[in-house]
Design a binder for this molecule. Structure first.
Ligand SMILES: [Zn+2]
Ligand SMILES: [Zn+2]
Length: 104
C-alpha cells in the first residue's frame, strides 16, 4: 500500500518508522526531526470525518482509440455510510437480480 505519509513536522517521507499500536493506530517516528506522531490508517469520510466507510472497488476504464474501452485497473474507493448512503444503496441494488420475486 503506497499511501503518502509524511512527517507532520518537517514533511519528509524518507525517515519515518511506523509501529502499529494496540488501538489500531500507527505510531510514526521521524528520525529526521525526532518527532513522534500517530496516524489513523483507516479511511475516513472527507465530509463528516466518520470512519463508517464502505469499500467500493471501481473499475477504471479508459477510452483508447475509437470507442474501444480498456480496463486500466481497479481503484479502491470508499464511500461513507452516512453521507453516501444513496450511492451505496444504488450499487447494492445493481448487483441483486430483481426478478426473483413477483415479476411474472
Ligand atoms: Zn520530521
Ligand atoms: Zn460522511
Amino acid at each position: 500500500m503506497a499511501t503518502e505519509i509524511v512527517c507532520s513536522e518537517c514533511g519528509t517521507d524518507d525517515h519515518l518508522r511506523g509501529t502499529p499500536t494496540a488501538d489500531g493506530l500507527i505510531e510514526l517516528f521521524c528520525s529526521a526531526c525526532g518527532v513522534t506522531f500517530t496516524r489513523d490508517p483507516r479511511p475516513s469520510c472527507a465530509k463528516c470525518g466518520g470512519f463508517d466507510m464502505e469499500a467500493m472497488p471501481q473499475v477504471v476504464v479508459e477510452k483508447s482509440r475509437g470507442s474501444q474501452m480498456s480496463i486500466q485497473g481497479v481503484h479502491r474507493e470508499f464511500a461513507c455510510r452516512v453521507c453516501d448512503a444513496d450511492q451505496i444503496g444504488i450499487k447494492r441494488d445493481g448487483h441483486l437480480p430483481e426478478r426473483l420475486r413477483g415479476s411474472q
